[in-house]
Write a protein that binds this ligand. Structure first.
Ligand SMILES: O=P(O)(O)O[C@@H]1C[C@H](O)[C@@H](CO)O1
Ligand SMILES: Nc1nc2[nH]cnc2c(=O)[nH]1
Length: 189
């Protein structure tokens, strides 16, 4: 992120695959991040740990505005214009350390905590990008539904994640391309 910053990048667009925790979500939905829960961060692991690099940003950065409101609104309208507005959601992404998928009890806890989707990435990048003043937009492809039921015979697996990625690749490509074409390049952060 800091190399991007030094290269003059003002806006970061990030994508990930995530497990759906919100029971209204379906595999193949696309969740625009409006907020996150940083589980490693709450546990004391954070990419901004250590001496602060003052030339990049403040010691104690704000995260309540991590995901740019204008870009989120633009993505929703672009998705609708492209004909797949019904796939788009806005929600809270939770990051855990990985690389294992979650247990059933963990999924239940995360849902109660307010997470709509669970993954293993993105938040670390967002924290560093926001620390140095870059505007952030992120979306999650709901590649699988988290297992919440002890009677379920489903098992989270990476093949399903890859398969859903292939299914939605073209739509996500057009969404991000159109978003880039239309967004204001001026960074008001
Ligand atoms: O898009 P990311 O890298 O967050 O993808 C998640 C984490 C693992 O790479 C993969 C697990 O299936 O999905
Ligand atoms: N942690 C986590 N990461 C994912 N990436 C894609 N699906 C999942 C999931 O169910 N859990």
């Amino acid at each position: 992120m800091r190399v991007f910053k030094l290269m003059g990048v003002q806006t970061m667009i990030m994508t990930n695959a995530a497990g759906g925790l919100n029971p209204d979500y379906r595999v193949g939905d696309v969740m625009i991040l409006k907020d996150h829960i940083n589980l490693p961060g709450l546990g004391g692991t954070n990419p901004l740990m250590g001496p602060n690099e003052d030339r990049f940003g403040l010691r104690f950065p704000c995260t309540s505005d991590a995901y740019d409101r204008d870009l989120r609104a633009l993505a929703l309208s672009v998705g609708a214009e492209l004909g797949f507005g019904d796939l788009l959601r806005e929600g809270v992404y939770c990051v855990q350390g990985g690389p294992n998928f979650e247990s059933i009890a963990e999924c239940r806890m995360l849902r109660i905590m307010g997470a709509d989707a669970i993954g293993m990435s993105t938040v670390h990048e967002v924290l560093v990008a926001r620390h140095c003043g870059m505007r952030c937009f992120a979306l999650s492809l709901v590649s699988n539904m988290a297992i919440m039921d002890y009677d379920s015979v489903e098992r989270a697996n990476h093949d399903e994640v890859l398969e859903t990625g292939r299914l939605r690749a073209k739509q996500l490509e057009s969404l991000v391309s159109e978003l880039v074409d239309r967004m204001e390049t001026h960074n008001t952060c």
